[in-house]
Design a protein around this ligand. Structure first.
Ligand SMILES: [Zn+2]
Length: 452
């Protein structure tokens, strides 16, 4: 929806940067060889002292280091990696002693963004062997720099979401072309219906949306429409909706809009939402369940589709957070920048945005952008405050709203996070308003304890 400037594709994976070379761990009380020798390990200095007849390492004395001031930057190292975070060595806790004063726990002062990204990276690292499968239908003549960015986005997303939350998915990406229509028709219909499908312009994905619009860069937008049926002689089968990515023309262009990096991951988060809403064991079962249960998409009755603040906000945050795995800085620069350039003086609180439905967003591009941004920041604050697993579970739990009309966003919030929405939303509102004012927010500003 929003157009960004070109972001250099940085291929270095953040995960690799987080791996500290494991230095030989020194432990207080273990033997050493040379009296008064000093060594440091994991932020502590140890001295070789005499204990009885033995030479042993002393209790560690914390090496004082200045508290790093996190600065939003495109440098991958700026995304919080304090001592004790993922991948680094655990800090040996000094045992209480009457002679050495207890060293206070090292202070970490992370921004909400850094803390949430730490959560994201921890899940991404841990999910190496928990990746759902994704079938990609990529237009064959796409230039490599376009198809690679799309593949990266989809693979990062599948790994971040994990197969426990999204076991499999299908994604189409291409320009408005015969290839798109043909591939879509062959996916959805039995062969005897292909010709009819291809002849019907209404069957073309993205029809009526103004696609393709032309931009100076290769641009993308996407959609997930909901479960679809595949009819054949053996009956009707439900297919989970694929994620559709629509690309602008790539002719004579050599740069990408940030949307190309984030859209596949954004749409795959919608696929995750669908799978979770349906509550089946497989994506097809979920698709079938949704079709049975879902009578309409009235926000007031069916939480699973609503509110847009949450449905779009979470897809928006995780779309860019996934992209961040291969493109450090994209979240700060393109996804959720401070004081976005489209902002006017018109401000809304999260509770106000919560009331908007999809048609209201469609009517006003400003409200549309505002919904993605506000929901994205709210999701980020939730990840920082409660952890990414809880946030994914919040999505899963919202499926109760599909059949129980009394199950509201606030009910689900309380059930999933254990706190009242009405009391917590003021923190997310502060984060939103700070960001709109161009002000960086620290976890402590929202009373979010920083876990080590
Ligand atoms: Zn979306």
């Amino acid at each position: 929806m929003r157009k960004g400037v070109f972001v250099t594709l940085v291929m270095a994976l953040l995960g690799a940067l987080l791996l500290n070379p494991a230095s030989a761990a020194v432990k207080a009380g273990t033997t050493c060889t040379k009296l008064n020798q000093k060594t440091s390990s994991a932020g502590y200095t140890y001295t070789c002292i005499k204990s009885g007849k033995k030479l042993v390492w002393s209790k560690g004395v914390k090496v004082s280091t200045p508290i790093p001031t996190p600065t939003p930057s495109t440098s991958p190292t700026a995304i919080g990696d304090p001592v004790g975070s993922i991948g680094s060595n655990p800090i040996p806790l000094p045992t209480a002693s009457p002679t050495i004063s207890q060293t206070p726990a090292p202070m970490v002062n992370l921004t909400v963004r850094e803390l949430a990204l730490k959560e994201v990276k921890a899940r991404w690292d841990a999910n190496k062997n928990n990746v759902g499968s994704v079938t990609l239908y990529l237009q064959p003549d796409l230039p490599n720099f376009v198809s690679n960015a799309l593949k990266d986005s989809a693979t990062n997303a599948m790994r971040l979401y994990g197969k426990d939350f999204l076991p499999d998915a299908t994604l189409f990406a291409g320009t408005k072309s015969d290839w798109y229509t043909k591939t879509f028709c062959e996916y959805r219909y039995p062969s005897e219906m292909w010709t009819a499908c291809e002849a019907d312009s209404h069957n073309g994905p993205g029809s009526g949306s103004g696609w393709p619009q032309e931009f100076p860069q290769v641009d993308a937008y996407g959609a997930v429409y909901g479960a679809i049926t595949k009819t054949s002689t053996s009956g009707t089968e439900y297919l989970p909706s694929p994620a559709y990515i629509y690309l602008s023309s790539f002719k004579d262009k050599n740069s990408l809009s940030s949307s190309v990096y984030s859209s596949p991951a954004h749409e795959l988060f919608h696929a995750l939402q669908q799978f979770q809403f349906g509550g089946g064991d497989t994506t097809s079962q979920s698709a079938s369940n949704i079709s049975t249960k879902l009578k309409n998409v009235d926000c007031s009755n069916y939480l699973s589709q609503c509110p847009s603040l949450w449905v779009e906000g979470s897809a928006f945050y995780f779309g860019y957070a996934s992209a961040e795995m291969s493109n450090p800085g994209i979240l700060n620069n393109q996804g959720l920048p401070l004081k976005p350039n489209w902002l006017t003086s018109e401000r809304f609180t999260l509770d106000q945005v919560l009331q908007w439905n999809v048609s209201e967003m469609m009517r006003s591009p400003y409200k549309g952008n505002y919904t993605y941004l506000a929901g994205g920041l709210m999701t980020e604050a939730l990840v920082a405050a409660f952890g990414i697993q809880k946030v994914f579970e919040f999505t899963k739990n919202s499926s109760l709203g599909l059949t129980d009309t009394s199950y509201t966003f606030a009910t689900n919030f309380k059930r999933s996070f254990g706190v009242e929405w009405i009391s917590w939303s003021s923190k997310a509102d502060l984060y939103l308003q700070n960001s709109l004012d161009g002000k960086v927010t620290y976890a402590k500003d929202l009373d979010i304890p920083v876990r080590n």
